[in-house]
Structure formats: C-alpha cells, structure tokens
Design a protein around this ligand. Structure first.
Ligand code: ADP
Length: 272
C-alpha cells in the first residue's frame, strides 16, 4: 500500500470545529466554478446539456452522478473551456484548473518523474522548480521509490496516482475529475477514494467529481448533483451530511446507506 502523504501547508479550507472536523459545506467564501443556465447543442443537433445551473464553492467537493451518455463529460469539457457553451455563462475562480481523466494519458517512454513534470514543463516552469514540484507531488501521491519506473511497470492504480501527481504540480484551485477511478478494481478504487479525500482536505482545492458510482459520490462529496438522461439537467441536489475527515468505514453506516438510497432513487426518477 502506498498511502498519499501530507506535505507543506495544512491548507484545510474551512475552519475546523472543536473536534477538528470540517463543517459541511466548507465555510470559505468564493466560487471556484459557476454554471448559469448553460446549454450545449453540438453542430449535429445533439443537445447534451440543457439549462444547467450550479456552483462549486472554493474548497468544496461536488459530485455529479448520472446515466451514461447524459452529458457529464461535456459538462467538464465546458468547465475547462475545451468546448464553448451554446448559451449561458460559465465562471471560473482564480487559479489553475486541474483535469484528471479516466485514462491516465501517460507518455510510455517517460519515467514517472518525467511524466509528473510534463505539465509544468509545458507551462514553461524552470527545470529546478518543476523538479521540486514533481518531487513533492510524488511524495503526496505515494509514488516515492517509483520515480524511475516507466508506466508499463505500474498497476492501474499507480498510473492514476501519476496522473494525479502531474496535475498537482500546477497547484490547481479546482480539480475536474472525469470518472478517474472507473476502470479500477473495487479495492483499489476505495483506497484511492480515501487517499483523494486526504489530499482534498489538506491541499484545500475545490473539486467537481463525475462518477457512475453512487457510493463514490456520497463518500467523496459534500453535495451530489443528480443528472437526468440526455439532455443533461439537474434533477436533484442532495447534501451529504457527513463531516470531514471521513473514515472509509463510513460506507458501512446505516446513515450512509440512507443517503446513497436517496441518490439512487433520484437517478431512477423519470426524465421530464
Ligand atoms: P457522459 O459523459 O455522461 O457519458 P457525454 O458528455 O460524453 O456523456 O455525451 C453526452 C451526449 O453528447 C452523448 O449522446 C454523446 O454522444 C453526445 N456528444 C458528445 N460529444 C459530441 C460531439 N462532439 N458531437 C456530437 N455529439 C456529441
């Protein structure tokens, strides 16, 4: 096991209570990402997103669940400005934006260290600075000792850690996650969920996490947006009433099952 470790500032974005727990949602002000009546119609007439409005506050983790093909990836592509909305407005807060895909998209000929450095290299960060940032991200993501390995020598979970480390070098204020753990086995996925939460709590970024998994959404997020079948619109917004930090055992609590059941019921609602 290679747990993610804590380095640097203890940047928990909200004020912990007397028990050291964070309130839900985080108490910081500021919007990391805002969608206002956003619609996306592709040139072939496919309406993928239909009048979607939501916000992700600074330091908040929001999950989106919805059926396959409902437009979740399109939402993330809109958020990252990879594609433009047909109408509506998208606001992004200050700071860098990180994007983690289901496919870790590593360069096979580069070592772990050189893969982690890639984004900083493309952004023109000096060699000394990016080496230092990569070293820190490698420790944070539990990759120490694997710096000289090439991607083919790594498991799926380790490759995903490299992808996460690479994004961390740009010190994003908001992370977009497009089903990053969807291709992993359940045990690895649960471990990475717990480790991602540790990173989220300590690094203080905001997150928008797209997933098919109701349990993953409920475990990670402080709010879950449930999407309808295409065209994508929000059918329910479900607050998750568990303070951070969250223990992995939370998944087995009766209260957790109740919240997960609520999300599942919303997913089964008939489209309008
Ligand atoms: P999800 O991530 O929820 O599975 P996507 O956002 O990938 O869904 O896609 C939503 C819908 O938009 C799908 O019907 C898909 O086929 C369609 N779509 C995605 N990209 C394009 C495109 N460039 N042109 C036309 N249709 C597209």
């Amino acid at each position: 096991m290679y747990p993610l470790r804590v380095l640097g500032r203890p940047a928990v974005p909200s004020t912990p209570d007397q028990n050291g727990q964070r309130s839900n949602p985080p108490a910081t002000s500021g919007i990391a990402l805002g969608f206002e009546r956003v619609t996306k119609v592709f040139p072939d007439g496919t309406r993928a997103v239909d009048g979607v409005t939501f916000q992700v506050r600074s330091g908040e983790m929001v999950a989106i669940v919805g059926p396959s093909g409902c437009g979740k990836s399109t939402l993330l592509r809109l958020a990252s400005r990879l594609t433009a909305p047909s109408s509506g407005e998208i606001r992004i807060g200050d700071g860098n934006l990180g994007y983690v895909f289901q496919d870790p998209t590593l360069l096979p000929w580069r070592t772990v260290q050189r893969n982690v450095e890639l984004l900083a290299e493309l952004a023109g960060v000096s060699a000394a600075e990016r080496t230092q940032r990569a070293a820190q991200a490698i420790i944070l993501t539990g990759l120490s000792g694997f710096e000289r390995h090439r991607p083919r020598a790594l498991s799926g979970g380790m490759r995903m850690r490299v992808s996460l480390a690479r994004a961390l070098t740009m010190r994003p204020r908001i992370f977009l996650f497009d089903e990053p753990f969807g291709a992993l086995d359940e045990i690895t996925r649960e471990r990475l969920n717990a480790e991602l939460l540790g990173l989220f709590e300590r690094e203080g970024f905001a997150g928008l996490f797209v997933t098919h998994s109701v349990n993953e959404a409920a475990y990670l997020a402080s709010r879950v947006l449930v999407m309808s079948p295409r065209p994508d619109h929000i059918v329910a917004e479900i607050p998750i009433p568990f303070a951070y930090p969250r223990a992995p055992e939370l998944r087995f609590a009766a209260e957790f099952a109740s919240v997960a059941g609520q999300i599942s019921a919303s997913l089964r609602e008939k489209p309008r």
